[in-house]
Design a protein around this ligand. Sequence first.
Ligand SMILES: C[S@@+](CC[C@H](N)C(=O)[O-])C[C@H]1O[C@@H](n2cnc3c(N)ncnc32)[C@H](O)[C@@H]1O
Length: 206
Amino acid sequence: MAFTYFFRDLHTLEHIAKYLIPSTAGRSSIRIWDAGCASGQEPYTLALILAEGMGRFSFRNLQIAATDLDGSNLFGDVIAKGIYPREEVERIPTEILQKYFKALHNGSHFQIAEQIRSRLAFQKHDLLSLSPVGDNFSLILCKNVLLHLQPAQRVEIIKMFHNSLVPGGFFATEQTQKMPAEVGQLFEQVTPDAQLFRKSEAITSL
Ligand SMILES: C[S@@+](CC[C@H](N)C(=O)[O-])C[C@H]1O[C@@H](n2cnc3c(N)ncnc32)[C@H](O)[C@@H]1O
């Protein structure tokens, strides 16, 4: 099972919320791609943070495409049900847990509320296909995935992400992942505090 957990790298997710929410205000469709989502803890954490920050009406316009290679063939089912064992939800702040999760089986498991689950759709997908799962994304999140790939593959994947974003859309990766020089001109770093980038307006593609 891939290594991941709820509220991992909260620092980056909070920066995403800070910049993404105002940039999507008033949009009737807000599309996000979480590439390499593993068993869903990351896209669900993002959805929970956005549910808190966006307000009910904007949140209903959100769609998160959660994708992974999914060698285990389990992720789709886990994400659709949104049921996780107690040990996994213990990292979630108590007020969020109480607001959005329901205890099952005498508290040994917890299920995420339908209002959150309905925002996520899982799809099996290999980033190395270089074929995006959609377009006009306001945000593409790809954390702790690119480090496993060859430098040339990273460059091609980041170009694909660039082409799949709306003008001014965001790309976020983990703190230790640097933007390769070959694609540096496609994005501007939004803040020195996180690997969060905005699609440059001037360049359409490479
Ligand atoms: C360490 S997990 C990261 C999960 C989550 N993004 C996080 O940061 O907590 C890495 C995930 O990348 C996925 N992955 C690896 N190569 C991939 C590829 N070529 N296409 C899509 N997903 C891939 C793995 O299946 C695994 O679930």
